[in-house]
Design a protein around this ligand. Structure first.
Ligand code: GTP
Ligand code: MG
Length: 337
């Protein structure tokens, strides 16, 4: 039911490519900004340790996964030394007293504990940098999925650029805010990675399916296997498809929009980056939702579970419009994109 796209021109593919590259240049933080985040973290850890002696703070999310924006929030995970998991901790109590403590920090404002969410957090605003942040407790799987995403980002620079383009697209189309009923950045990143794994030839491997020996190793965290191949130096010898795909970022971006509007059957299939073989919504018993995105480690978690029918349509329309806009060669490209 989609209109066929007019023939692509080499000139327009090159423009698309420039737009993608520029998007990355405009939004990626530089070394200095990365340092600022580490500095804030250290300062917060020192402060928190006044009351919680064994506290360790760690950054995760886009401050660490390779897809951070200058204004991305600070996602921080707190653990207590000598305490492996949160099983016998009063997390809500800790979050509440952490909030009371942070209110005394002169560099922070708008301290807000949120204890009703699936993951209890304290939100804060860092005055000097204008960055927002939140601290969660024992968000261990998130630390692991951050490392997984960082590994994919490090394999090929096109991965990084496309994930930035996708995030910018999602923000511009107003489809990238899970707290307002759409999908999180994390969900869109998984969609990009899945597309790059399914491309022929693929741009990235399935790191969770590469291992030595007969059987996939088990590294259990919160009951889930978080194993993946993280030794990227040896990847060329472990993955025969390494560097076989030579498409430009512009081609891949249009390819992605076409993939999710023309090829991928959302009714049948799950966006799933942990295996090369197609996974069906039927297998997962996730047939009541149209957009189904499986977390790579927490296999019970569908990132699309919170989408309403209306929002699903709104997101699909954004992709359909994107396909038309980026897939239709025009002579004069507006300077402001
Ligand atoms: P931006 O902040 O938008 O730049 O991207 P982000 O990747 O940091 O996203 P966000 O702040 O929403 O989430 C922070 C991190 O939490 C993500 O990178 C994931 O590691 C993790 N995360 C977010 N949502 C989920 C989820 O639904 N399930 C799991 N397991 N982890 C999540
Ligand atoms: Mg974040």
């Amino acid at each position: 039911k989609l209109d066929p796209l007019p023939p692509m021109t080499t000139k327009f593919v090159s423009i698309l490519n420039q737009v993608c590259e520029q998007c990355y240049k405009d939004f990626a933080p530089d070394k200095l900004e990365v340092g600022v985040r580490e500095h804030i973290l250290q300062d917060l850890e020192d402060f928190v340790r006044r009351q919680f002696a064994g506290a360790r703070l760690q950054l995760f999310g886009s401050s660490k996964n390779g897809f951070g924006f200058r204004q991305s929030d600070l996602d921080i995970c707190m653990v207590l030394e000598g305490q492996d998991n949160a099983d016998d901790l009063d997390c809500i109590g800790i979050i509440e007293s952490l909030a009371r403590l942070l209110k005394k920090h002169p560099g922070l404002r708008n301290i807000l504990p949120i204890t009703t969410a699936k993951v209890p957090i304290v939100k804060f605003y860092h005055i000097r940098t204008g960055l927002e942040g939140d601290i969660s407790l024992y968000n261990t799987l998130a630390l692991h999925n951050t490392n997984l995403l960082a590994s994919y980002a490090a394999i090929d620079r096109r991965v990084k650029i496309l994930c930035y383009v996708m995030k910018v697209f999602a923000k511009m189309c107003d489809i990238g805010d899970a707290s307002r009923g759409s999908l999180s950045s994390y969900a869109y990143t998984l969609m990009v990675l899945f597309f790059l794994q399914q491309r022929n030839p693929p741009v990235i491997p399935v790191l969770q399916e590469i291992y030595d020996g007969e059987k996939k190793p088990q590294v259990l965290v919160d009951g889930w296997n978080v194993y993946f191949w993280d030794d990227l130096k040896t990847l060329p010898s472990r993955w025969p498809q390494y560097e076989k795909n030579t498409e430009t970022v512009g081609e891949l971006w249009l390819g992605l929009l076409r993939f999710y509007t023309e090829d991928f059957d959302f009714r049948e299939h799950v966006v799933c980056i942990r295996q090369q073989a197609r996974l069906t919504t039927f297998n997962k018993q996730w047939t009541s939702k149209y957009i189904v995105i499986e977390d790579p480690f927490d296999l019970n978690h569908n990132l699309g579970a919170g989408l309403s029918r209306r929002m699903t349509n709104f997101i699909m329309k954004a992709f359909i419009n994107g396909r038309r806009v980026f897939g239709t060669p025009v002579k004069v490209f507006p300077p402001q994109y």
